[in-house]
Design a protein around this ligand. Structure first.
Ligand code: ATP
Ligand code: MG
Length: 560
């Protein structure tokens, strides 16, 4: 069975949709959208929203638009627009339509005029600080702006002149006229439009110098697109009254229902574009697709599959309660997927030379090895076997601890898919470090047990004459703290970066069949973990990124 369960997920949002359909609402239509702002790359938190919105459209034969919420041009750019499209497609989704909030700038302006004409909006000359001051606090009502009672004619004139570029940034804004004493601060005459000169918008160029606020553009964009269920994260719950206010006060015959769910927080990382931008810009990571990043681009480069990310998003579910998901949840999703699908290979990360003294100098055997122990359909490959091999340094102990089941002086061990060898002699350098083992092999043990004695350990190996040199990059948590940006103790999240999150092993040897590994191709390196060939390693030695270990050893480490 594939990793993805066949049963459709069930959650409170789907229950709402079921009830709406049963009641005949929206003419039986289900239309959702995923509305990223193109000011950074998508992260695993966005994946939760994508899987939710696109998944609903799929399961209810509805539609899901990809809409760029591009109302903040000074933080956005076309590279982010392109990266976001690539990531959504990589996750396995096709949007019904691709839109930009900026497609609606003219309509948004016209609705702004309508609100002014209805006495529901006014141009305000207070500056940002004054507006904040007049807004009041959670416990105190705000004060009316002295410009609140401008005539409709004056407001229309000023709004048109704002658009025409007659005023400087911050000199005037358009505000909704609602209630400065409302217990909901979002209803205390929120700003609808602000002036922004000198930015070239990636879609509209220099056509506009006024830009709508997100809270105004969003409901209007949803309604224009005929969205039925506008799904967003919990921090917008308090904004819902304004969402509804906008749609109740403009002439538009669609009123989507806003539904909030809790954001995904993932332990030992941060999921906020602002913070991820900081990590990139300040060089704490190598870029947006650094394999330590929780971005979809980083996870992809790390070797995550879209299937595993979708399954993870479904396993964590959709609720209204905030929580922080253990990294182990994400890791077990990819481990399950790769365990079933990744071909097995052998790679020696910390090589120790082994010479098989009774193996003829010039002889080479091509030994067969199954690509997957449980899946014959994945076929076989051959591995060269000769007199000189590498094994893992940790698979030999001169003075072994109890129960050590690997190679020891005078002891025997099976080389996986190959023979049983015995260690006869240890060669050391001047510093006393072990640099080579002299071993002998039992010719009768190729994939059969020796007679009359038991060999317990099985270790992996590669032919020293045939293996390919490679670099292997091991990754650990990006942060040393489970909730790095909790702000507790006044500690900045960047002070909690893990200095050992990347370990580069530049002296590894991998079996020769990996020479044809494609960029991004995934493997299990037997007894080590899951790895994928890096997408950017075309120059020099091939690079393999560790996706995840074979077992969740990390949690146990921490509990010691
Ligand atoms: P960030 O703080 O990272 O910029 P955002 O919410 O401002 O996040 P948007 O680009 O506006 O980012 O988000 C697009 C959609 O993805 C929104 O509907 C948002 O609610 C959702 N989303 C963003 N982060 C998460 C998260 N951590 N968990 C679930 N959904 C999220
Ligand atoms: Mg945002």
């Amino acid at each position: 069975m594939s990793l993805e369960e066949t049963a459709k997920p069930s959650n409170f949002i789907r229950h709402i949709i079921d009830a709406d359909l049963a009641a005949g609402k929206n003419k039986g239509k289900v239309a959702t959208r995923f509305p990223p702002e193109p000011n950074g790359y998508l992260h695993i938190g966005h994946a939760k929203s994508i899987v939710l919105n696109f998944g609903i459209a799929q399961d209810y034969s509805g539609t899901c638009n990809l809409r760029f919420d591009d109302t903040n041009p000074h933080k956005e750019n076309i590279d982010f627009v392109n990266a976001i499209q690539k990531d959504v497609q990589w996750l396995g989704y096709k949007w019904s339509n691709l839109y930009y909030a900026s497609d609606y700038f003219e309509q948004l302006y016209t609705f702004g005029v309508e609100l002014i004409e209805k006495g529901k909006a006014y141009v305000c000359d207070l500056n940002a600080d004054q507006i904040r001051e007049y807004r009041g606090t959670l416990t105190e009502p705000g004060k009316n702006s002295p410009f609140r009672d401008r005539s409709i004619a004056e407001n229309l004139d000023l709004f048109a002149r704002m658009r025409a570029g007659e005023f400087r940034d911050g000199e005037r804004v358009l505000r909704a006229k609602i209630d400065m004493a409302s217990s909901n601060i979002n209803l205390r005459d929120p700003t609808l439009y602000r002036i922004r000169h000198g930015v070239i918008h990636h879609q509209t160029g220099e056509a506009w110098c006024i830009y709508p606020m997100y809270d105004y553009a969003h409901p209007v964009s949803d309604a224009i697109e005929g969205i039925t269920h506008s799904i967003c994260t919990l921090e917008f719950e308090d904004h819902r009254p304004f969402y509804d206010w906008v749609l109740d006060n403009i002439t538009i015959d669609c009123h989507p229902q806003q539904i909030e769910f809790s954001r995904l927080n993932l332990q030992y990382t941060v999921v906020s574009k602002r913070k991820l931008t900081e990590l990139v810009d300040q060089g704490h990571v190598a870029g947006w697709d650094d394999p330590r990043m929780p971005t979809l681009a980083g996870l992809r480069r790390r070797g995550y599959t879209p299937e595993a990310i979708r399954v993870f998003c479904e396993r964590i579910g959709v609720t209204k309660s905030d929580n922080s998901v253990e990294m182990g949840m994400l890791e077990s999703a990819i481990r399950d997927d790769l365990n079933a699908r990744a071909p097995r290979r052998m790679a020696v990360l910390h090589p120790l030379k082994v010479v098989i003294t009774n193996y003829p100098e010039a002889k080479v055997e091509q030994l067969e090895a199954a690509n997957h122990p449980q899946d014959e359909s994945m076929g076989k490959r051959t591995m060269a076997f000769c007199r000189e091999l590498y094994i893992e340094r940790a698979d030999f102990e001169e003075v072994p601890p109890k129960k050590f089941k690997r190679l020891i002086p005078g002891g025997e061990v099976r080389l996986r898919n190959s023979y049983v060898i015995r260690c006869d002699e240890i060669i050391k350098n001047n510093q006393g470090e072990i640099i080579e083992l002299r071993c002998s092999y039992d010719t009768k043990t190729l994939n059969v047990n020796p007679e009359g004695r038991k060999v317990q350990g099985v270790i992996h190996w590669v032919s020293a004459r045939h293996a390919m040199a490679a670099e292997v990059r091991l990754y650990d948590r990006l942060f040393t703290h489970a909730t790095p940006d909790d702000g507790k103790d006044g500690v900045d999240y960047k002070q909690r970066l893990n200095p050992d999150s990347l370990r580069v092993l530049s002296n590894c040897f991998v079996e020769s069949s990996l020479a044809t590994a494609q960029p991004g191709e995934r493997f299990q390196f037997e007894r080590e973990g899951y790895f994928c060939r890096d997408i950017n390693d075309s120059a020099g030695k091939p690079v393999f990124n560790m996706t995840v270990g074979l077992k969740d050893s990390w949690v146990k480490e921490q509990q010691k």
